[in-house]
Ligand binder design. Structure first.
Ligand code: FE
Ligand code: FE
Length: 164
């Protein structure tokens, strides 16, 4: 389909992030299961709940624009999750693995933050306040998750700088 308007572009990007969020709903339980730190485990579980909410919010946004929610494969999220899966399979010390899981998860959050930031701006341009608020709400949760992961990386994960 040819994208002719800002709304076409917004819907196209919503379909991408709608797919990305659903990929995450499948991936996050595996991340939670792999994490050793109880706090990290808990934060993955909590973000899974939020992510299910993100899917629902996107469905509301589609509705505001009079569109049926459709998924368009998010190749970026596929790649990010594939890298996360590599971390999960890695033979590593538990704390090293936790650090790697945090890093993989933050890559995901940053991708989502950019996606929601753009979508929010398009919705603003289109004067759809209700959609702006929904996208903003999710953006806020992605940012909070990212900051929480940063804190966990320094407080919970007590890494040895080297072997000696
Ligand atoms: Fe999300
Ligand atoms: Fe997220």
């Amino acid at each position: 389909m040819k994208l002719e308007t800002l709304q076409d572009l917004l819907i196209d990007e919503l379909e991408d992030i709608y797919d990305a969020e659903q990929q995450l709903v499948v991936a996050l339980p595996k991340m939670a299961k792999t994490a050793t730190s109880p706090e990290l485990k808990k934060s993955f579980e909590m973000h899974l709940e939020q992510t299910e909410g993100h899917v629902k919010r996107l469905e509301q946004v589609f509705k505001i624009f009079g569109e049926e929610p459709e998924r368009k494969t998010c190749k970026a999220m596929k790649g990010l999750i594939a890298e996360g899966a590599e971390v999960i399979k890695e033979d590593a010390d538990p704390e090293v693995k936790d650090a790697a899981l945090i890093s993989a998860a933050q890559r995901v959050e940053h991708y989502e933050m950019v996606a929601y930031g753009s979508a929010r701006t398009y919705a603003e341009e289109l004067g759809k306040t209700e959609a702006v608020e929904l996208l903003e709400e999710t953006l806020k949760e992605e940012k909070q998750t990212d900051s929480k992961l940063t804190k966990l990386a320094v407080t919970v994960i007590n890494l040895k700088p080297s072997k000696n």
